[in-house]
Design a protein around this ligand. Sequence first.
Ligand code: ATP
Ligand code: MG
Length: 441
Amino acid sequence: MVTLPQDGLFVLHRLESRGFEAYFVGGVVRDLLRGVQAHDSDLATNAAPEDVIAAFPDVPVLETGIRHGTVTVLVDHRPVEVTTYRTETTYTDARHPDEVRFARNLEEDLSRRDFTINAMALHPSRGLVDLFGGKEDLENGVIRCVGDAETRFREDALRILRALRFASVLSFSLESNTAEAVRRLRGSIDKLSHERVQSECTSLLCGDNVRNVLLCYPDVLSQVFPFLSAMKGFQQHNEHHCYDLLGHTACVTAAIAPVPRLRLAALLHDCEKPSCFALDEAGVGHFYGHASKSAQTAETILRALKYDNATLARVPLLVKWHDLPIEESERMIKRRLNQLGEAALRDLIALQRADTLGLDPLYHDRLPHFDRLEAILDEVLAKDACFSLRKLALDGNDLRDLGLRGREIGQMQKRLVDAVIDEEVENDRAALAAFVKGLRD
Ligand code: ATP
Ligand code: MG
């Protein structure tokens, strides 16, 4: 059974023992009503931030967002966010309220919240406060703005992406006025900071319902991922494909594990297909060079969204090689390990498997191929076989002793790794030295 988090209850009771009122609000209430154990506790209170701080002389309190009325109480190292009842006034830039004002009561605080499912409050003895039909929307799987949708999105354009994020993560649908306003005001997403857009898009992509959200809102999401608009209705003229390019992309994205770098690679893997399209005389579509070109575009987009360096290194690499054939042999797996390393190779196999799941089901008989590749990969690694310079039994100093100098050494090491992978020579110091001598005679 799901329960109210103990750390939040501790803070709530302490505030109430000092004569204030406090409620659980937002995501924690939504998750509890859905039967999901909440991961963090957010409380709203009529206590001013300084009163909250004064109520916890014995517990660490961080003044995280004190300007916005939020302090974080650390209960056994777990953060409980306590926000003084707030109301928001005018917005001139669609991203920051011009000022933050404290509200008189809970009702006012709830009405400034974004969606009905996020605008409920819960108290351990006074029960649920649901002024906007949030519980019913939760039961029906509906995302609906609190108040007039257009006004709410004009105030804060991030809510547009939050609406799609919740639709993806919770597998909900947008109520029709909310959906229309999302579409109408999509241009205001451009005003948001890249960091906030990135964070919402990452969560959106990792949602269970990402396929439907991509299929229903390509026009909105093309504000962030411009290639999506050209994908809609784009027919590939190729017997492998039963969906248009958007359908394929949405399917591949949903088919891969919900890990940001993998979902991003899936979303971006074919992004330049439309610009590389050519029909041959037989009426079959080809996309020469699309993988490299898509990798470049992927990098540009991810850089603009301020993704971290690990993502910037991995995702374009996966996009670039997404069509790379990998034969089922130890030799081939060792070559790919040498080229990409274990982690990227595992990601690449995952991407190729998902890409296959995005084809006409007639071609799904290729799927066992990827299981076999993973099995061979596990075997190669278990044997601790040599597939890279690091594992070579002859090092740079040995090569110097054999008379090699400067760049020759690096070139010879590469040659030796290839020779060991191709089983021309054993990975043994004496055998390798003899092999080097043979090459130099
Ligand atoms: P998550 O599970 O992702 O933490 P959450 O609902 O708790 O979901 P938060 O971003 O932590 O989402 O926000 C907490 C609450 O604050 C929301 O439930 C909502 O009531 C309110 N909120 C957050 N962002 C906005 C916004 N941009 N506009 C209006 N209300 C917002
Ligand atoms: Mg939260």
